[in-house]
Design a protein around this ligand. Structure first.
Ligand SMILES: *[C@@H]1O[C@H](CO)[C@@H](O)[C@H](O)[C@H]1NC(C)=O
Ligand SMILES: *[C@@H]1O[C@H](CO)[C@@H](O)[C@H](O)[C@H]1NC(C)=O
Length: 421
């Protein structure tokens, strides 16, 4: 609880503390807005990831364990992030393209620091994105992440943490330095020829029809620069701002689902479907419409998958993740109703948060709690649409969904919504 008090920003009132030695940045936040102060006791802190260094064309894709994070039994209310330099300046995507960041919760043994148990989210993918708690990419600056009251993501519940274990957090950061790139969009789409890569990170050769994607832009790879381009290496951080409230019985926990349009459900033969296996490739390729037969409705590439939900609930928040070229993603119910539709926002300038050609934000869904329900056993359809006037490699079609299995008592909801808005 002491750590908590230190990062309760309301006591900092506008002070700005930056210490490289502890790599922790604390900022005052909306405490001056008196509305939230007393009722919600929303706490907030701004942290820095460990430092990573990038020179022109270079790539970092690393896991940083035991990052700074709110401690104790709390409900997370929002998580926002961006890339900054050592002076705290936001770095635009045409200099450092943020491919993705993913925050993962794990329990580490106090006796044996190698023993780490990753906490799964409620999504269906195995092996890949099953562990994401929070995560976005280039769109991180302009995508709303607030979770409405009285809902929250519960963490640090002592009853869930095994004896002799501690709850910790890690972040995976994948960033590509685009300064001086001969083909910036090719570098951000991880085109293998620009990286001159024929074997993947683990030394396996990449099949010839794989033109681009995560296999070709792993840690320490180098994208092709303009002839003679030189630029300094620089030190960067992921700066992330977390808001939370102390756990209280009135808070309704939400479950996190990360859905993937590349998920192909494999039913094992012997079990006749009872032991189904989700195979999520995370990324896919969008062929250009000139090679892929131009459709009547223009150059639009649609990918869909069906995802059975064993347990349903009430949708509280939804957002898609797409890469450049994306024109939207929608989650449909079994009867065809729209559960949530999320549309990219493209930049039209140069400054951080408005970079032309990049997805700088995604629209989000905040249905009135109770109004959008997924039924137990319902099969949803996830659809991801790209503009394929040009081909795109290594694109994604993820959908992040927060679902509450119960609703609060109406009276509580009324009181809370009237006092929070
Ligand atoms: C590409 O890689 C090959 C071998 O891996 C190397 O011989 C060649 O010089 C590289 N080309 C460039 C332009 O870096
Ligand atoms: C796809 O992109 C091209 C330009 O790259 C644009 O002319 C076209 O209108 C876009 N189509 C859609 C459906 O967004």
């Amino acid at each position: 609880m002491q750590d908590f008090a230190k990062i309760n920003m309301c006591s900092m009132s506008g002070n700005f503390v930056f210490s490289l030695s502890i790599l922790l940045l604390l900022l005052s936040t909306s405490c001056s807005g008196s509305i939230l102060k007393t009722k919600a006791k929303i706490k907030s802190a701004v942290f820095l990831s460990p430092k990573f260094e990038l020179g022109p064309g270079s790539v970092v894709n690393r896991f940083y364990y035991d990052i700074d994070f709110p401690r104790g039994h709390v409900a997370i209310k929002s998580f926002d992030a961006e890339v900054v330099d050592e002076a705290g300046n936001p770095i635009p995507l045409h200099e450092t393209y943020l491919h993705h960041w993913v925050v993962v919760r794990y329990h580490q043994s106090k006796a044996n620091s190698h023993l780490k148990n990753t906490f799964r989210n409620s999504g269906m993918c195995q092996g890949t994105i099953y562990a994401q708690y929070f995560g976005l990419g280039s769109e991180t600056r302009r995508t709303a992440t607030d979770i409405p009251d009285p809902f929250g993501i519960e963490i640090g519940n002592p009853a869930e943490i095994p004896e002799e274990f501690e709850e910790k957090w890690l972040v995976n950061i994948h960033a590509i330095d685009n300064r001086g790139a001969e083909d910036k969009s090719g570098c951000t789409e991880c085109k293998c020829d620009l990286y001159n890569v024929t074997i993947d990170e683990s030394g396996r050769s990449i099949r010839p029809d794989y033109k681009g994607g995560l296999l070709c832009c792993y840690d320490n790879t180098q994208c092709k620069l303009k002839e003679g381009f030189e630029g300094p290496k620089r030190s960067l951080y992921l700066r992330y701002k977390v808001k939370w409230i102390d756990w209280d019985d009135y808070i309704v926990p939400v479950k996190i689902y990360v859905l993937d349009v590349t998920d192909t459900l494999k039913l094992s033969d012997d079990s006749k479907g009872t032991n189904s296996d989700h195979n999520c490739k995370v990324e896919y390729q969008v062929e250009s419409c000139s090679t892929d037969h131009k459709e009547e409705n223009g150059c639009v590439h649609v990918k869909r998958t069906n995802l059975p939900f064993q347990t349903g609930g009430y949708v509280i928040y939804g957002v898609a993740h797409q890469h450049s070229g994306g024109i939207g993603s929608t989650l449909y119910g079994q009867d065809g109703r729209v559960i949530c539709s999320s549309i990219p926002i493209y930049g039209n300038g140069n400054e951080a948060g408005n970079e032309v050609g990049h997805i700088v934000g995604m629209s989000t869904c905040y249905p009135q709690p109770g109004s959008v329900k997924i039924i137990d056993g319902e099969t949803l359809t996830l659809e991801s649409i790209y503009n394929n006037t040009k081909e795109h490699t290594g694109v994604m079609g993820l959908f992040y969904l927060l679902v509450a299995e119960q609703l609060p008592y109406t009276s509580t909801l009324d009181i809370l919504s009237s006092s929070f808005l």
